[in-house]
Design a protein around this ligand. Structure first.
Ligand SMILES: [Zn+2]
Length: 201
């Protein structure tokens, strides 16, 4: 009797990936098994599309300190900056990793660097709603006009200090964060767009 309860507890821990969990075999296969540029999931593929509609989990502290997380961060930036993609932001589920992580180009910082934000959330949105053109690496050949807030406050976990950090962001960079954070909740820009059109340039 005791043995079966212990087994059940262990089985539950294995599935729920609690605070001290680590990357699954499938996640490691994606992160370590591909080249520097990861495959980008697109909505034209049925299983990709279902994955893109899922909700993402946070990283544990142990995971944030791992070599696997550092590799994922580096490859997210390699993927979004690859000439074949040439994006301004990318989210974990777009490369098949169902975790709360985004890489965003900080147009509001000197040198406009790409930075990686784990366990990111939008804490508040304010300012006026402004409609702007958006596209998505996972929805090739399409663009749309999407209303977004002009000012947001994000929170995320600094992987080196493991402290939760808050940052207030405005303008186009705030739009990118809203687009990428939506991905982590399974939401795509086409769900919010006022109008959509094909763009095969
Ligand atoms: Zn996108």
């Amino acid at each position: 009797m005791k043995k079966s309860i212990l087994f059940l507890v262990l089985a539950l821990c294995g599935c729920s990936n609690p605070g001290q969990g680590s990357f699954s075999k499938a996640e490691k296969a994606v992160i370590d098994g591909q080249g520097e540029v990861l495959r980008v999931l697109t909505i034209g593929d049925r299983s990709d599309s279902l994955f893109l509609r899922g909700e993402c989990k946070d990283f544990s502290d142990k995971e944030l300190k791992s070599e696997t997380f550092r590799t994922l961060s580096r490859k997210l930036i390699s993927t979004v900056t690859d000439p074949s993609e040439d994006g301004v932001g990318i989210a974990g589920p777009q490369v098949g990793i169902g975790r709360r992580v985004v890489a965003v180009q900080r147009f509001d910082k000197e040198g406009e660097p790409f930075e990686v934000y784990p366990n990111v959330r939008i804490e508040s949105k304010s300012g006026e709603m402004v409609s702007g053109q958006e596209g998505c690496l996972s929805i090739p050949g399409m663009r749309g006009l999407v209303p977004r807030y002009s000012k947001i406050t994000i929170s995320y976990k600094d992987p080196s200090t493991l402290e939760t950090v808050r940052d207030t962001i405005e303008g186009f960079t705030a739009v990118i964060f809203q687009h990428e954070a939506d991905h982590l909740d399974g939401v795509l820009y086409i769900d919010r767009a006022d109008s959509l059109w094909t763009d095969n340039r």
